[in-house]
Ligand binder design. Structure first.
Ligand code: F6R
Length: 587
């Protein structure tokens, strides 16, 4: 995971530092910045354990070139010595790295024999020393030769003392270059790090490297070293979308944006939507793949495909796909669902299904030009705008909206699909307005709970999984979601006096979920009904409108609010839950 930045512009260290703040969602256990030292071809380094939060960068005033890194530890514990940037032995090379050098042990051994010493426990430090080892060939070539020796994934940016250029490269981890007026360049894991300076972006492909100097940008193939053509794109995201504005946290901002993000999900290019429908209609079999919340969307998608289009599609966790890959070869269609488009488990599954097996891969992605988008035969973009909070909220409902639109389109009723999703967008606004206060009050009541259960049947079942994930990941209260009937096959043993249980109920499932609610209530549970109708079985009723096949989009919204307010009540940071990072780029 981790986020990297490189800046060639006035006031570079402060700009790198500001860029890192918007990349903190990629990892936030430690951070660092480096700039060239006043003389001697060396670097001034500042590295800290902990979050950037309200820290200030102290190095590099007046510097026009800088590197920065925010870390999610993989190799080596969270400590200053393991923070990036890392310097080579003689201090002449500085690097920041996102990814994993799989053969770092062998490389370390090789370099140690040549007299190199290592000052950290990271895999990344070998990159700095490899570059120093090859430096006689020139900086750019030294980086290239080093990359050729590395097995694994990387997005790197490197500096060499005395040279006013950043050399960067990618393979399997995201990297984008921003080109601003006045010959300024920004290198980052994600364009949000430089959006305030420019919307002109060049997305590097895997196995490409770039040389950025003042007013200079060259892209080269890592393999041959030869220059290659590149395209500059104009980003559609706005700076307001990556700022909190009047909100206290990104989580509540992004929850509140759902009326517009759900509505934006239906704005799909006709040609792409038609292509999706044609691929899916001709499929021998269909599998929906995702991780975490995106996997929950996949399960919801399988219900939509079944109930709306009469099509059987299976949802499988991307990490578990290898056990079933043999059933999805030529003639099969993989629908890969991901906010970031960089989730390693999903990319691996897609690679196996599409490449080796010959299945068609179509994807639903939020981040343009992400690795998943490139690995897919075609993609529908979610149009949700940047999601900065580590938790998925608006991207989850956008995924549901697109899967529902696909189900309707497959049933030959694209118009009906768009209509119901637009109704859902309007209803989302009324739910947000009407349930905010109630959720705040409920959070106060539940803040000291140890454990909580959520049940739902039919298409509300995947919502119960998502609801439980939201609550536990942000408030650290243990929560579990179940299909309504499952609770009594074991877990009901844990229900005792006062145990909170959320019951997600719809017109279609009400009679059975009411029985399940009563079973729990009679054992002392405190029942919170999320339903369009009051019910004697509920101790509290959170009203959401009945919207038929779009119910899953409605049911989750009050729970997102509840999760947010539970985090606030319990003093947790809703934007950066402990141990988590937004883009999970490790397997
Ligand atoms: C939960 C959450 C994660 C992600 C998962 C997949 O709130 O955000 O469970 O859904 O890591 O990420 P993407 O969608 O980027 O593939």
């Amino acid at each position: 995971m981790c986020g990297i930045v490189g800046v060639i512009a006035p006031d570079a260290s402060r700009r790198a530092f500001e860029g890192l703040k918007s990349l903190e969602y990629r990892g936030y256990d430690s951070w660092g910045v480096c700039v060239p030292a006043a003389k001697g071809g060396q670097f001034d380094l500042e590295r800290h354990v902990g979050r950037i939060a309200n820290a200030l960068v102290s190095v590099g005033e007046g510097s026009e070139i800088a590197l920065g890194h925010t870390r999610w530890a993989t190799h080596g514990n969270v400590s200053e010595r393991n923070c990036h940037p890392h310097l080579s032995n003689d201090g002449s090379v500085a690097i920041v790295h996102n990814g994993i050098v799989e053969n770092f042990v062998q490389l370390k051994e090789k370099l140690s024999k040549k007299g190199f010493r290592f000052n950290s426990d990271t895999d990344s430090e070998v990159i700095a020393n490899l570059i120093q080892h090859h430096i006689a060939c020139g900086f750019v070539e030294a980086v290239r030769l080093s990359l050729l020796e590395i097995e694994g994934s990387y997005a790197i940016a490197a500096l060499h003392g005395g040279e006013e250029k950043i050399v960067c490269a990618r393979n399997g981890s995201p990297l984008v270059i921003g080109a601003a007026k006045g010959g300024e360049y920004y290198v980052a894991s994600d364009a949000t790090a430089f959006l305030q300076h420019t919307k002109n972006a060049v997305f590097l492909l895997d196995h490409q490297m770039a040389v950025c100097g003042k007013g200079l940008l060259e892209v080269r193939s890592v393999e041959s070293g030869r220059r290659v053509r590149f395209r500059q794109k104009r980003l559609s995201w706005s700076i307001e979308q990556v700022r909190k504005g009047s909100f206290d946290h990104f989580m509540i901002k992004e929850i509140s944006e759902q009326p517009s993000s759900i509505a934006a999900a239906v704005n799909q290019p006709r040609k792409e939507l038609a292509r999706f429908v044609s691929i899916l209609s001709g499929a021998r079999n269909i599998v929906l793949l995702g991780c975490g919340s995106s996997y929950h969307s996949c399960i919801a998608g399988s219900y939509f495909f079944s109930s709306v289009a009469g099509i059987n599609a299976r949802a499988i966790l991307a990490s578990e796909f290898p056990s079933f890959a043999k059933f999805y070869g030529k003639g099969s269609v993989v629908v890969a669902v991901s906010q970031s488009g960089e989730t390693a488990d999903l990319l691996e599954a897609v690679k196996a299904a599409g490449g080796e097996n010959g299945a068609k891969v179509i994807s639903i992605v939020n981040v343009m030009d992400s690795s998943l988008m490139r690995a897919s035969d075609c993609t529908l973009l979610m149009n949700a705008g940047p999601e900065i909070c580590v938790l998925s909220t608006k991207s989850y409902t956008s995924q549901l909206a697109i899967l529902l639109l696909l189900a309707y389109s497959l049933a030959g009723d694209e118009w009906g699909g768009k209509q119901i999703i637009r109704e859902a967008a309007d209803a989302a606004k009324s739910i947000l307005d009407s349930s905010r206060g109630a959720m705040q009050a409920l959070a106060k009541k539940l803040a000291d709970s140890n454990s909580l259960f959520v049940i739902g049947r039919s298409d509300a079942f995947p919502v119960s999984l998502e609801a439980a994930l939201k609550i536990k990941e942000v408030s650290y209260i243990h929560a579990e979601g179940f299909a309504g009937a499952e609770l009594k096959h074991g877990t009901i043993a844990l229900v005792e006096q006062g145990t909170p249980a959320i019951v997600l109920s719809t017109q279609k499932t009400r009679s059975l979920t009411t029985s399940n609610a009563i079973e729990m209530k009679s054992r002392g549970a405190f029942i919170i009904g999320v339903d369009s109708q009051p019910n004697d079985a509920y101790d509290i009723n959170i009203n959401v409108p009945e919207l038929g096949s779009a119910n899953p989009l409605m049911l989750i919204i009050p729970i997102q609010l509840l999760s947010y307010y539970l985090a606030i009540e319990r003093g947790c940071d809703p934007d950066k839950p402990r141990n988590l990072a937004k883009a999970v780029t490790v397997k």
